[in-house]
Design a protein around this ligand. Structure first.
Ligand SMILES: [Zn+2]
Length: 329
């Protein structure tokens, strides 16, 4: 994978658990360099377009139709996109105005039960190109949290009760920044929603300091299954398993669903993903310079493991249920 995809996974692999303030991420200097050009903070004045709204609604419908994401995950899910002034929340959940924050419902409830709310935000969000490069899961801005009223759909993550949210950039801006390399639905909507799903199952910090699965027995179960894969050299599997951590487990769950979505809607993108994984496997096998990069990226390790699991448990739903059973404490 190239620099940009590594950037995407850095943004996507949010190690932080839910916070009510996105300003921390916005201060990261790394994001101020996009495609080699240093930009000034507040240099972006993107205004959300109708097509951006249409794309998140379409993505919500695809998730319902595909049956790749659990119904419970979709109940009260917020698919949120934004510009520098507003967040746009596509949900079957409920928002209502509060004292300091007005909520406007801008579409009527559709056949799938979704509508879109427009809410002014006060975050440092949407003002730099780096804000538009990747998505996050279960991170909530103050206004979204304060106006959400269907508390029965909230999940506990990182010790907080929080609405199920994914924050994803508007499609036009995202595709412009990545020159169409990524698929908006599978790489963002399905992938981030899968993170909501896995983090709801397994409420542990999503970082490198905790075990990959909740018990030694489950870790052994997982490793035994992956080692039975024939298509990837045993040495490569062993090296990757030697670098297994909670962040990689979370990514593997997300990528399992992301790849199933690619298979369903954009099979050509699945072929490209397979090629990226093959390159990474070769670099780990050859201990090339790239192998350290692969082993440092939870996203890339998880992609290799997801491919191994596809061979060992070919049926998607069986594979997903098995992973869920391992993640449950
Ligand atoms: Zn991810």
């Amino acid at each position: 994978m190239d620099k940009v995809s590594e950037d995407l996974s850095q943004v996507t692999d949010s190690p932080e658990r839910p916070v009510l303030d996105l300003s921390g991420t916005s201060k990261e200097d790394i994001g101020n360099i996009v495609h080699g050009v240093r930009e000034n903070i507040q240099s972006v004045s993107y205004k959300l377009k109708q097509i951006d709204l249409d794309r998140i609604i379409e993505g919500a419908h695809k998730m319902v139709d595909s049956n790749l994401v659990d119904g419970e995950t979709l109940r009260g899910l917020r698919i949120i996109t934004f510009d520098s002034d507003y967040v746009y929340v596509c949900t079957n959940g409920e928002h209502a105005s509060v004292l300091d924050c007005e909520v406007e419902q801008i579409t009527s409830v559709d056949d799938y039960g979704f509508k879109v709310y427009k809410i002014k935000h006060t975050e440092e969000l949407g003002r730099k190109n780096s804000d538009y490069k990747g998505g996050t899961a279960l991170i909530c801005t103050k206004e979204v949290f304060d106006t959400a009223v269907d508390k029965d759909t909230f999940v506990k993550a990182g010790g907080y009760e929080t609405p199920k949210t994914i924050f994803i950039p508007p499609s036009v801006k995202f595709n412009q920044l990545h020159k169409g390399k990524y698929d908006y639905d599978s790489d963002l909507i399905f992938h981030e929603t899968a993170h909501v799903e896995e983090m709801s199952i397994y409420d542990w910090p999503n970082d490198r300091e905790v075990p990959s699965f909740p018990s030694e027995e489950k870790i052994n179960d997982f490793e035994g299954k992956v080692r039975s894969c024939k298509g990837i050299h045993r040495d490569v599997i062993d090296v990757v398993l030697g670098h297994l951590d909670r962040a990689t487990t979370g990514e593997m769950y997300a990528i399992t669903i992301e790849r199933a979505a690619k298979n369903m809607y954009v099979p050509d993108k699945l072929v490209l993903h397979d090629k990226d994984i093959a390159t990474d496997i070769a670099s780990v096998a050859g201990f090339s310079k790239l192998s350290a990069k692969v082993l440092n990226s939870s996203h890339r390790k998880a992609s290799i493991l997801s491919l191994a699991l596809e061979e060992v448990i070919p049926d998607f739903h069986e594979r997903k249920q098995w992973l869920q059973s391992l993640l449950r404490t």
